[in-house]
Design a protein around this ligand. Structure first.
Ligand code: HEM
Length: 161
């Protein structure tokens, strides 16, 4: 039977999973489908207006997802680190996952506010690519991969312990 602590973990996993779907599903649609279609439109004004309004609306969902990631992620972290399944390898992988997640939050904030000036200088192309919506999607994919590795590391430590 699940106790209150277990139920809290179920809700946190559910919230963490939903935030992932909103972020990566919404981001993939906006970047790979809507963005490409908007760039094909002949009417540049309409394309720019649609891009701005849908971008602002999606930005509000992304901000909500960030709050959910942080609250649920901190609770999942406490739960995992309190267990003997949390090895040194688990801790290092989790630290990498959190660092990449924070980088994603920073990139999303920069894209949303559009306050970044276009990068210039010798590494401008590389900096533009690293701060792009497609880079954000790749980062998300890597963070989900690290989550799968964490789960496997945790279960394997419990089995062998
Ligand atoms: C402050 C940020 C975050 C923290 C502290 C955090 C922490 C965690 C922890 C501790 C777990 C449990 C891992 C395990 O099974 O042992 C987890 C799972 C997971 N995280 Fe995160 N996370 C954060 C952000 C993100 C982001 C940005 C994404 C997606 C882009 C993400 C996607 C996932 C997924 C898909 C799981 C697997 C859920 C499950 O199997 O129940 N996380 N996270």
């Amino acid at each position: 039977m699940l106790d209150a602590g277990d139920l809290l973990l179920v809700v946190m996993r559910w919230a963490h999973g939903l935030a992932t779907i909103v972020w990566l599903g919404g981001g993939a649609y906006a970047t790979l489908i809507q963005g490409r279609e908007l760039r094909q439109l002949d009417d540049l004004d309409v394309a720019a207006r649609l891009g701005r309004t849908t971008g602002a609306a999606f930005g509000r969902w992304v901000n909500a997802a960030i709050v959910v990631f942080i609250v649920s992620g901190v609770i999942l972290t406490f739960d995992r680190l309190a267990s003997r399944g949390a090895t040194v390898g688990y801790g290092v992988t989790l630290a990498l996952k959190v660092a990449l997640a924070l980088w994603m939050f920073g990139l999303a904030g920069g894209l949303g506010r559009r306050r970044r000036r276009a990068p210039s200088g010798p590494f401008a192309g590389m900096r533009r690519a690293l701060g792009s919506p497609v880079a954000l999607l790749w980062l998300g994919g890597i963070v989900v991969l690290l989550a799968a590795i964490l789960k496997t590391l945790y279960e394997s430590a419990l089995r062998s312990g």
